[in-house]
Design a protein around this ligand. Structure first.
Ligand code: GLC
Length: 658
């Protein structure tokens, strides 16, 4: 509906900018006006929802728009051109051509200069999207791997400078690669300038955080707030001695939660976000967005206003840098995760989210050898809005949480508690029949709940195989690592490999000797990149070579399979064999792939009829894209080796394509 007051405000702002020095050239100014005009109604409405009750809300809104104008002015012409190209091709992100890797600089190449030298290695594998884990200035000792940021505008000197980031971003554009950096929105480190000023008694900055004189309000909050790190950081508040106040610290004591009820905080953090976008980042990973809004009497997670805030931040970004996409790092219940995509394609929020349910359920299926729960949970996920996409991953730098609903386990006729205990035991060394070498993370003795730490290879059994020199376990572990990657490549979404998994790096126990890390066993699955081992990828028959070449092949096939772009065209299919997962990737030109994955450690059979049922007429025969051969048949049955997968396509069609 037409809103005269809003129109007036928009005109007032644009008049001001038109006169402001330095003057923007007419082409750029027109672009800014169009973008702001197109988003202004939504920005105004969302801002009102969050801050409309404040007397100064109009003034605050004007200040926010000023920030957008300045950020737009500072955006480099190359990036603006890229924004326009991406607007012309809005589905660029959904393409099957993207394959990602996430890494800690410190563990991969030491610093940014070293990283540039490793670009060829990444490209050899086929990686063209990199998430560089936190690299901004952070406390020297404990910083949660950089997730406690002290300065959003400065690269940690041990890694390099902002100019290095810009250089890498430029090189990425040249090589058609994508760069992701984190923006840690929920908290700053206690060494951030704002926290320091708050400690010195400046009221303005004390209002940037949640702080209280005594335990009265914190205690009320605690009644409803779960704990993220109950073992090493119990509670959600920390008494800060020099302040003599209780500060909200949901994660670690040195990570102070920002108070987004204060519009200044929103403005400053949006400015920081746009600053990073302007360095040439393609995709920003919004760290812990579920926690952004706090409300007494609630869990303070996934609250509606956290979504309002993200939608507002998205619209601000669309004015300044519409080519920049958001990842929601919301590792929460499946039905909550999906909300971070926005309600529909017009309700812009985050374009990308981690498929945490798929990740956790792959591990569940590998432990049980069965696919029922995996199928059930995935089938029950609502369709995400068109234009959004998942990150599909085998594991990341964080723990594996079994974040699916108990009710699904009960519906399958199982006891949820026993089922969860079995999976935990399977991966953490308590179940004698398991080769996995993981460790429980944040074990809660009251509930028996825990999450899981461990590298992909160690959880798959490779560490046990090497320790016991057991070739059979070694082969199985390698097959499992490949199986998991086959799913993340073909399932629909952006595959994200954890650095080192491509050569099967094992758990790294050295963190136990470092007092700043010893309390956090997630460090065991963040090993140092072993470049000597990587060299062995050239040695035929080595573990590294078997894994690296397999992953390289999976990636190459993905890039060559347009039907794997994420147009919401993944269809989970019924299979009479409970150990086999089946999904169809559909294509409007009939280039369908039928993926079939055997999660069991023994040979399995599926009636050949499954191929007819999915439209493969068999006259010209079918072929498995991975092996390049037809699957093995035993009379009327398709035969699967242990942990084997097939990517079935029509042979005739396949030839027609080539
Ligand atoms: C995210 C990060 C995790 C970190 C937390 C707090 O969940 O992935 O590593 O501990 O945020 O910033």
């Amino acid at each position: 509906m037409y809103n005269a007051e809003q129109h007036h405000l928009l005109n007032e702002l644009l008049d001001k900018y038109q006169k402001q020095k330095p003057v923007m050239d007419p082409g750029n100014f027109r672009e800014f006006c169009t973008r702001l005009g197109a988003n202004f109604n939504v920005i105004n409405t969302l801002f009102h929802e969050l801050y409309g009750h404040r007397k100064d809300h109009k003034e605050q809104l004007k200040q926010l728009i000023d920030k957008l104008y300045n950020a737009f002015q500072q955006r480099h012409a190359d990036l603006k051109e890229q924004d326009r190209d991406r607007q012309k091709d809005p589905q660029w992100l959904l393409s099957q051509k993207w394959v990602g890797m996430m890494l800690y600089l410190e563990h991969f190449s030491k610093d940014l200069k070293g990283f540039e030298e490793k670009l060829d290695y990444l490209q050899e594998l086929g990686v063209n999207w990199v998430h560089l884990m936190p690299l901004l200035e952070a406390p020297v000792k404990e910083s949660d791997g950089g997730y406690a940021v002290s300065n959003y505008r400065k690269v940690d000197p041990k890694f390099g400078t902002m100019a290095d980031i810009r250089k890498i971003a430029k090189e990425f554009r040249k090589r058609d690669m994508l760069l992701t950096l984190d923006i840690v929105l929920n908290h700053t480190s206690n060494e951030h300038e704002w926290a320091q000023k708050a400690i010195k008694g400046q009221k303005k900055f004390q209002d940037y955080y949640y702080m209280f004189e005594d335990r009265q309000i914190p205690d009320q909050f605690e009644n409803y707030m779960p704990e993220v790190f109950p073992v090493n950081n119990p509670g959600n508040f920390t008494f800060v001695e020099p302040l003599k106040k209780w500060v909200m610290t949901v994660f670690h004591q040195y990570q102070w939660d920002l108070n987004y009820r204060n519009p200044q905080v929103f403005g400053e953090m949006t400015d920081n976000l746009l600053f990073l976008a302007n360095q040439g980042v393609d995709i920003l990973r919004l760290d812990a967005p579920a926690f952004l809004w706090k409300e007494m009497g609630t869990s303070c997670q996934n609250l509606p206003k956290a979504h309002t805030l993200l939608k507002l931040q998205k619209r601000c970004t669309e004015v300044v840098a519409p080519g920049v996409k958001f990842i929601a790092e919301a590792i929460v219940a499946p039905l909550e995760i999906i909300k971070y995509f926005g309600n529909d394609s017009n309700d812009h929020e985050c374009e990308i989210a981690y498929h945490a349910p798929l990740m956790a359920l792959i591990w569940e299926a590998l432990a049980t050898g069965e696919t029922a729960l995996l199928n059930k949970v995935i089938k029950n996920l609502p369709q995400k809005p068109f234009g959004t996409t998942w990150i599909n991953y085998a594991r990341c730098h964080d723990d594996i949480g079994l974040g699916f609903d108990d009710s699904f386990i009960y519906e399958l006729g199982r006891d949820a508690k026993l089922h969860r205990t079995y999976i935990l035991d399977y991966y953490t060394g308590k179940f004698a029949g398991s080769p996995a070498k993981g460790a429980p993370f944040m074990f809660n003795p009251k509930s028996g709940d825990a999450r899981i730490s461990g590298t992909l290879a160690s959880l798959a059994g490779l560490e046990t195989a090497i320790n016991t020199k057991d070739k059979k376990i070694e082969k199985t572990a390698i097959d499992k690592v490949i199986l998991v990657h086959s799913i993340i490549m073909s399932f629909g979404g952006l595959p994200l490999i954890y650095s080192g998994d491509e050569i099967g790096l094992l758990n790294d126990y050295s963190y136990q000797k470092d007092s700043a890390k010893a309390y956090d066993n997630r460090w065991m699955h963040r090993p140092l990149m072993d470049w000597k081992a990587a060299k062995k990828r050239e040695k035929k028959g080595s573990i590294e070579q078997r894994l690296f070449t397999a992953l390289k092949k999976l990636i190459a096939i993905r890039k060559d399979s347009p039907e794997w772009s994420d147009f919401n065209n993944n269809d989970l299919r019924y299979c009479e064999n409970k150990h086999v997962m089946v999904y169809l990737r559909l294509d409007d030109r009939g280039r369908n792939t039928l993926a079939m994955v055997n999660f069991h450690g023994s040979e399995q059979f599926v009636k050949k009829d499954i191929l007819f049922r999915h439209g493969f007429d068999m006259t010209g025969g079918v072929v498995d894209k991975y092996s390049g051969k037809a699957p093995s048949y035993n009379d009327e049955l398709v035969v699967f080796k242990p942990y084997q997968f097939f990517w079935i396509i029509d042979k005739v069609h396949h030839h027609a394509q080539v």
